[in-house]
Design a protein around this ligand. Sequence first.
Ligand SMILES: Nc1ncnc2c1ncn2[C@@H]1O[C@H](COP(=O)(O)OP(=O)(O)OP(=O)(O)O)[C@@H](O)[C@H]1O
Length: 625
Amino acid sequence: MSQLSMDFEAFDHHSFITLLLEYKRVGKADIALAKLLNQQGYDDHFYVFLLLLIAHGRQHSCLELDSINYQDPFELSYAVADRSVELSPFSSTGIAFAALAQHPAIGEDKPLRLYGNKLYLARLANYEARLAGHFEMLAKADVTLDEAKLSALLASFFPASEEDIDWQKVACTLAIIKRFCVITGGPGTGKTTTVTKLLAILQSLYNSAPLTIKLVAPTGKAAARLSESIIGAKARLNLPPALADLLPEQAQTIHRLLGVIPNSVHYRHNQDNPLHVDVLIVDEASMVDLSLMAKLVDALPKHARLILLGDKDQLASVDTGNVLSDLCENLVLGQAPHYSQALKAKLAELSKQNLPESGDTSADFMLEDNLAFLQKSHRFDSRSGIGQLAFAVNSNNKRQLDSVLGQGYSDIQHHELNSETYNALIARAAEQYQRYLLAIHHGESEAIIHSEFASYQLLVAVREGPYGVNELNRRIELKLSQMGLVQPTGRFYVGMPIMITQNDYQLKLFNGDIGIILSDEQGELQASFIDEQGCVRRFYPARLPSFDRVYVMTIHKSQGSEFAYTAMILPPIQRAQQGINRQLIYTGITRAKQQFELVAQYKVLVQGMNRSVSRSSGLRSRLSN
Ligand SMILES: Nc1ncnc2c1ncn2[C@@H]1O[C@H](COP(=O)(O)OP(=O)(O)OP(=O)(O)O)[C@@H](O)[C@H]1O
């Protein structure tokens, strides 16, 4: 009997749910919640709600009802060997939208929402709708400024370039003439340089009443890096001191800007108590999840400008959503954005940049004219393997990948994974870590110890197994101990590097913060951290929230950080499965500033780069005409 022609009444729901639990497709809490939402027992709606909860667990903002695979909705065929097992509990090959829309759990003030063919948990639908509303309002807001002065300032900050089109100048112009702008680009494409020029131009335009500018990033590490880059970019611009003083140098985390309220999901700043800011710059915007972005934009005062910076091709945020890549979905490497004719005319007039005719100018996405795309890397030139490798992976270009790997660039190494290269990787990691451990031994400052530690990082794709965080941490620790560099006795020891894995708003220690265990003058162990302002903070280890050892870090956790020397290991083909994808590999490669080492099977690299992941969301359709 085929699954879809079977008698629905005869279907054994209890056995099917046991199967879902056994193969870890759902948890008991999901079943209980789906039952609560659907008081009518195990019918098709119950299973749709279960699929929604699974989608939510995978950080999708919603469940796309059109894309449910009614033959095998829970992907059991991958796991269940017994071919006689029914793979689908559905009574038909489609769900009736009209009946679903009438469901008592769906609607305004109900726990679930329908938006077109997308089903949401109400909370996420609210965030998405609010965010789309704000973006639309910002995109439509008029900006009045002295255009002649702007044109002159643009000419002085962007001297004529050899390029046909100076896309940094385009991005800067766009961000000035619009209240909302997204500037996306890969590593070293000049996002920070562009933003620094844009802030200098804005302050020059509004010099009678200088603007209040805030710089934020999602993590302390990313905020520290932004401060460093802005300071560098300011120095390179050689601005008159009076103007330089009007440009901020210190970035902070989004949480700190919004004002955390301990034990609450709300922030001190919100729609009713907006931020004191005229221009808000958000760096590493790809890491900002839907709810945080919605809360941040809620807290903007009506007149403020918003500029999002980030790399659209990196991994999405840890939590639900995909905001940056949703907004940038239409941007294609090697192509110019699809701007309206009106915008092109304005850009030609103000910045003297004549943009190419793009085939499709009838794009219906409301924010098309608010996107700037920087594609030329100034950090990695044609002699750099890191930039070429990142580009090959990001564009899924196998021929270029082969050429990059075959050319013997001095800044990249690729070793096919086997037991020899695995052990050599561990030995090299221990050799690299020797530097910060010797700095501790020689009584160097905490700033030096932290900076030595941060100059190298081994990244992994998975947590468990021989290629995962836990086992590699253990092996590197053992190696360092055999070299006499650490004495891992007890829960903490001098030199142990840790990463906080849970936010502690009281201590102001956040997920991803990195500390090193040191011994103080009295010989007591202390965990030493450096905050985004560069200040040392120490805690007794017993007070720390949960943490992991961090000789090794997952690629997910490395987002927002960069390391002079980055090593990355991917599991072999039989373990690689679905977890390895293009965004993951690209994010890992682009953490490297000077040296990149990859230990991976070539076929895993090719297979992973071929698999692009995206998250379901309705943000783009809410912003479409
Ligand atoms: N137009 C340009 N011409 C020459 N060099 C440039 C240009 N723009 C940026 N650079 C240089 O390229 C490097 C990277 O620039 P920047 O830090 O602004 O890029 P980014 O996109 O913010 O990088 P990331 O976010 O990856 O750190 C800097 O050394 C900067 O001086």
